[in-house]
Design a protein around this ligand. Structure first.
Ligand code: MG
Length: 322
């Protein structure tokens, strides 16, 4: 591919520009929002590709199925919507056995049950490698979806949970040696079985979140996307970014697959209220990591020095399967 992912998406959006009035949020957010009957429908799709997103030798099919559903549910959550239905388009290569496929769907079913989602259909095709393409629909109260584009100057930038565990886990898994100690085990578990923050997203929305995105491609890159969509910048205090036990600060800033929520809240009171609700109801932390500013992406170090925030993250067309 001769374009980075975000530039390709921008080019595709130009080709698709001009939608009907039923399209409330089109391409470029975590999910689309459309008017449907009296309500609003939220739509997203994603694919896990063998060799790019997973290796059959390293991933159990049950975990893969689970993860395939959860990463799309996470995109529905990031709009502050409730996931409802899923479809699966599965491409299988000749080497795959039926038992592997049954395990895959067993994992999908587990994730669907956890989120009250029904897998209602799909398609099977044959190809040179396995691709698990999942579409998930959700519902949202009309007008209540939270997009990436509503952040305003002065908003607080917050993140749920701790970051970097999946990036650390990827290193452990690829090293070939088994995870050691509780922190490494938890990190690998987190990579294999991510959590979609559905309830947490609705708490953020109820407390006035102005913009929200799920962290799939790394904090720096996903924050840059939220800021670009909102036409603002951000300043991040690097030392307060919550780093998971097995991870490094670099994992937390630039690793992907956290599936935590990055959101903007209007004031200190909203941050305090949201934080205590998330802790009380879900046992999940909320950390204020910075502020929305007029422009630029700035990382402030513990010495107070400012430098540009690294926004490399996970670009699917640059990523190399190992
Ligand atoms: Mg997303």
């Amino acid at each position: 591919m001769d374009l980075p992912e975000d530039e390709l998406v921008a080019a595709i959006r130009k080709v698709l520009s001009g939608a009907g009035p039923e399209v409330l949020i089109g391409p470029g957010d975590d999910a689309a929002v459309v008017a449907a009957g009296d309500g609003q429908l939220v739509l997203t799709t994603d694919a896990l590709v063998e060799g790019t997103h997973f290796l059959r030798s390293l991933s159990a099919p049950r975990d893969l199925g689970y993860k395939a559903i959860v990463v799309s549910v996470s995109d529905i959550a990031a709009m502050a919507a409730s996931p409802r239905f899923a479809l699966c388009a599965l491409t299988l290569s000749d080497v795959v056995e039926a038992g592997w496929v049954m395990e895959l769907f067993g994992g999908m079913r587990e994730a669907c049950e956890e989120h009250a989602v029904w897998l209602v259909g799909g398609n099977l095709a044959r190809g040179s490698e396995i691709t698990i393409a999942i579409s998930v629909t959700g519902e949202v109260v009309p007008g209540r979806a939270v997009s990436r584009s509503g952040a305003r100057v002065g908003d607080r930038v917050v993140v749920t949970g701790e970051l970097g565990a999946p990036a650390a886990a990827l290193r452990i898994v690829r090293s070939g040696s088994p995870p050691r100690g509780e922190a490494e085990l938890a990190a690998v578990r987190r990579l294999e079985r991510p959590t979609a923050r559905v309830g947490e997203a609705s708490v953020l929305a109820a407390n006035g979140a102005t913009a929200m995105i799920d962290l799939s491609d790394g904090l720096g890159l996903d924050l840059s996307r939220l800021c670009a969509a909102s036409g603002v910048g951000a300043s991040v205090s690097v030392e307060v970014v919550p780093v998971a036990a097995a991870a490094t600060p670099e994992d937390a800033l630039g690793g992907g697959e956290d599936y935590e929520l990055l959101a903007t809240l209007p004031d200190d009171e909203a941050v305090a209220r949201t934080g205590s609700e998330l802790r009380g109801v879900f046992g999940v932390s909320l950390t204020e990591i910075g502020r929305i500013i007029e422009e630029g992406l700035v990382a402030v170090g513990s010495d107070g020095r400012e430098r540009p925030l690294e926004t490399k993250g996970w670009d699917h067309f640059r990523a190399r399967s190992e």
